[in-house]
Ligand binder design. Structure first.
Ligand SMILES: Nc1ncnc2c1ncn2[C@@H]1O[C@H](COP(=O)(O)OP(=O)(O)OP(=O)(O)O)[C@@H](O)[C@H]1O
Ligand SMILES: [Mg+2]
Length: 258
């Protein structure tokens, strides 16, 4: 049965989409079958995975709002991962969902159709704590919180943790925070190292992954070229973090299954 992870942080531009795609490809690389779900009307994950979002008729929107089973919508990619895509159609879902029964559990229903076909299902959420992100948190087993190594980025983390606690009390009692993933890390600056220290002390009860995704312009280039970071010509140190994260997910799962 597929384990469902969501990358969440209401702060924009912290590496949610980059992490979802590259972790997915890294997991495929170690023999895990992965479904990526784009739950952001910006369609960034859809684009990164090789599709032009605006050219798509069939997207996650129809699964959420019109009960179309996801099997018909899922696209294959060059990198082994499958994709349930999104585009700007999803922007109206926020409003339309307000009138739908059990509106927080729509994505859970969608995932239930395909859970058994994958080892991991990875959701990319949008930079807000609205109904789409709540659907993602209701459907997930675990949340990974990417945190850009800048002071402003840390501040929003408390609000996200509060929302997660609330979701645990209502929609999803077994939801876990898998960890904080430091992104945009610059080892040459004191500031970057200071942020890691603050994350350790301020969020003692939450796992901090012991590696960081280094800041590198190659990430933007890899997204523009619609290629995973592992496929850019020059070896990028930040890419290793995604390989380690993939191995950690698999190890965690083995531990849990005893
Ligand atoms: N480690 C990194 N170093 C430098 N740039 C990065 C890194 N990771 C991602 N980026 C770039 O930073 C920008 C934001 O990354 P990304 O889109 O993954 O963030 P996001 O959290 O999904 O953003 P949004 O909240 O808008 O969905 C992109 O241009 C991406 O290519
Ligand atoms: Mg994004």
């Amino acid at each position: 049965m597929g384990q469902v992870y969501v990358f969440a942080n209401q702060k924009g531009g912290v590496g949610k989409t980059t992490s979802a795609f590259n972790l997915g490809v890294a997991l495929e690389g170690i023999g895990q079958h992965v479904l990526l779900i784009d739950l952001d009307p910006q369609g960034g994950l859809t684009y990164y995975a090789g599709y032009e979002p605006d050219g798509l008729e069939e997207t996650v929107y129809k699964c959420l709002l019109r009960d179309v089973p996801p099997g018909e919508m899922i696209l294959t990619t060059k990198y082994g991962v499958d994709l349930l895509p999104a585009n700007i159609d999803l922007a109206v879902a926020e409003m339309q969902l307000l009138n739908v029964p059990a509106r927080e559990r729509r994505l859970t229903r969608v995932i239930n159709h395909v859970r058994d076909s994958y080892d991991y299902i990875i959701i990319d959420s949008q930079p807000s704590l609205g109904i789409l992100t709540i659907n993602a948190l209701a459907a997930a087993n675990k949340v990974i919180i990417p945190v850009a190594c800048e002071f402003l980025s840390i501040r929003g983390t408390h609000a996200l943790l509060k929302l997660i606690a609330k979701i645990r009390g209502t929609l999803n009692s077994t939801l876990q925070v898998a960890g904080l993933l430091p992104t945009m890390f610059d080892a040459r600056t004191v500031h970057g190292r200071e942020i890691i220290r603050i994350l350790k002390t301020e969020f003692k009860e939450i796992h901090l992954y012991p590696y960081q995704v280094n800041r590198s312009i190659r990430f933007a280039e890899s997204a523009a070229e619609q290629k995973p970071i592992f496929d850019v010509k020059i070896q990028v140190p930040g890419a290793l973090a995604y390989r380690e994260l993939a191995r950690d997910l698999v190890k965690a799962r083995l531990r849990e299954s005893g």
